[in-house]
Design a protein around this ligand. Structure first.
Ligand SMILES: [Zn+2]
Length: 367
């Protein structure tokens, strides 16, 4: 396109001296001057200060400055990946990251927990103790890793039946088995026999201590305790742990071995609730504190020491024999020897004087 003054005059009509080449050149010169002044002024507004070389700086930095103004100055920008860096490997793990809003996959049914170390160790070489489901409640009662201790297998393969079978935590069942196998079986062997039965007086039972309603939960309620009365031997004998007539040394051996293995041992003489059985449990206390309370009583005397000897037949008749009981009583105070002799003549000694005191049944008050 030709922008000569001649052609331009056809587009912008003029008149007189205003038309022609000179006016057009003048206008073009004015426009160029205005443009040359406008560019430095704009650069000065952006930088806030005017400098003579601002026009050249502006020509180099205008592009980058325009792109950075969209981001805050404090946001760190990642460094450009160097050209010599190896290519990024794709994620080969196969694990797919789940976005927060993505719905979860259908949960698979919970697998049973793996057997405990106790369960793995309590083999049929040691005890017949199948696992049973966990017990939860009522209240705090129950436990996990439970077994039904049916029998203990002695090292010589003899079986000690637990009658009735005891519901216990595996750890407690294992402790009972070790106690019978290691400590009690040799005691039975010293009597020339083997243990055939363990008299289980109580195992798991959801109740308070000593059957107190509202009392602290007994270890029986946690399947962590066993009450034992006796061990039956294959030869028909029985080792009653609370029987005064059983060998004292044997009962003391049972006491010491039990107190070494269990954290609580309660027997006769402990608190009045354990006169007819031995309570064993593995209650965990601070600093492994243990309770071992079991009195090994001496046998009761078979003959009352104060009973008078029978009056010999050749003894002369006693003058006081015909007197009243009241007189006998007076005579007893003044002449004890005569009184004793008279009593032996007139009446048989009361059987209650020589029998051991009847044992009170405390089955309803157990730990
Ligand atoms: Zn008990």
């Amino acid at each position: 396109m030709n922008f000569s003054a001649e052609k331009a005059s056809r587009k912008w009509p003029c008149a007189g001296l205003a038309c022609g080449e000179r006016p057009m050149v003048t206008v073009a010169a004015i426009l160029l001057m205005l443009c040359a002044q406008a560019a430095p002024a704009a650069a000065a507004r952006k930088s806030g200060a005017w400098s003579p070389g601002a026009s050249s700086e502006l020509s180099r930095e205008r592009g980058p400055k325009l792109s950075r103004t969209a981001l805050p100055a404090s946001v760190p920008l990642p460094k450009a990946r160097p050209a010599e860096a190896p290519a990024a490997e794709p994620d080969k793990s196969g694990a797919r990251k789940q976005s927060p809003g993505e719905p979860t996959e259908q949960a698979a049914p919970a697998a049973p927990p793996p057997p405990s170390a106790c369960r793995l160790a309590l083999t049929e070489e040691i005890a017949i103790a199948p696992s049973i489901p966990d017990i939860h409640g009522p209240g705090d009662c129950g436990g996990e890793d439970l077994v039904r201790l049916e029998a203990i297998v002695l090292p010589d393969k003899h079986r000690v039946s637990v009658k009735p079978a005891a519901i216990l935590r595996c750890r407690m069942a294992s402790a009972i088995a070790d106690w019978i196998r290691t400590d009690m079986a040799p005691l039975a062997a010293s009597l020339g026999s083997v243990i055939s039965d363990l008299d289980n007086f109580d195992s798991f039972e959801c109740r308070g201590r000593n059957r107190m309603v509202g009392g602290r939960l007994s270890e029986h309620g946690r399947a962590n305790a066993l009450d034992v009365r006796s061990l039956k031997l294959a030869n028909g004998q029985s080792i009653s742990l609370i029987d005064r007539t059983v060998s004292r040394s044997l009962r003391e051996s049972a006491l010491h071995s039990a107190c070494a293995r269990f954290s609580t041992v309660l027997g006769p003489g402990s608190d009045g609730y354990h006169e007819d059985h031995i309570h064993l449990d593995l209650m965990e206390r601070r600093n492994n504190y243990k309770i071992c309370q079991w009195e090994v009583w001496d046998p009761l005397p078979q003959i009352a020491p104060l009973l008078p000897a029978p009056r010999p037949e050749e003894a002369p008749p006693r003058e006081v024999a015909a007197k009243s009981d009241a007189t006998n009583s007076d005579a007893a105070k003044s002449e004890p020897a005569k009184s004793d002799a008279a009593r032996s003549d007139t009446s048989e000694p009361d059987a209650g004087d020589i029998r051991p005191p009847a044992k009170k049944r405390r089955q309803n008050r157990r730990f």
